[in-house]
Design a protein around this ligand. Structure first.
Ligand code: MG
Length: 160
């Protein structure tokens, strides 16, 4: 059996933090605010996985009241979520991520992001789609206040 999941996340830019997106350090003058490293792309991906498996959401699995997750590497949160799915008998087939940000331009990072996400999910890079778009200058994202990410994931029952 297969199931599909969808995830969304948004984070505000903040000075003095490294920018982490899809598990990759991006060269930029601001990072993303948040309790963890603020990696909105991985957070959307985690929510898509948890949604597909009916395992709640990222806030329930990694509560921001738990000091264990303060400043957490979202790559670690992703592998934790993959582990939770595995316990329930699910594995990821493929995923597709869209990041919307006015800047920086992510074109030169997309391949590294796909490779990193594939590593975290335990799939081949051909099973990871990753797109970067702008908001064409419209609204809060267009004004560069922050960025948003969307993800869909297909999971299937682990073959024994
Ligand atoms: Mg988040």
């Amino acid at each position: 059996m297969n199931r599909i999941g969808f995830g969304f996340d948004s984070h505000r830019f903040e000075s003095g933090r490294p920018l982490m997106l899809a598990g990759v350090r991006v060269d930029y003058d601001r990072g993303l605010a948040g309790y963890s490293d603020g990696d909105a792309a991985l957070h959307a991906l985690i929510d898509a996985m948890l949604g597909a498996a009916s395992l709640g959401d990222i806030g329930e699995m990694f509560p921001d009241t738990d000091p264990k997750w303060a400043g957490a590497d979202s790559g670690r949160l992703t592998t934790e979520a993959v582990g939770q799915l595995a316990v329930m008998g699910w594995e990821v087939v493929n995923c597709d991520i869209t990041i919307i940000t006015e800047s920086p331009n992510l074109g030169s990072y997309k391949e590294a992001m796909r490779e990193r996400v594939a590593d975290l999910l335990g799939v081949d890079a051909v099973s990871v789609g990753l797109k970067a778009k702008t908001a064409e200058g419209m609204g809060l994202i267009g004004a560069g206040e922050g960025l948003v990410a969307f993800a869909v994931v297909l999971i299937e029952e682990t073959k024994l």
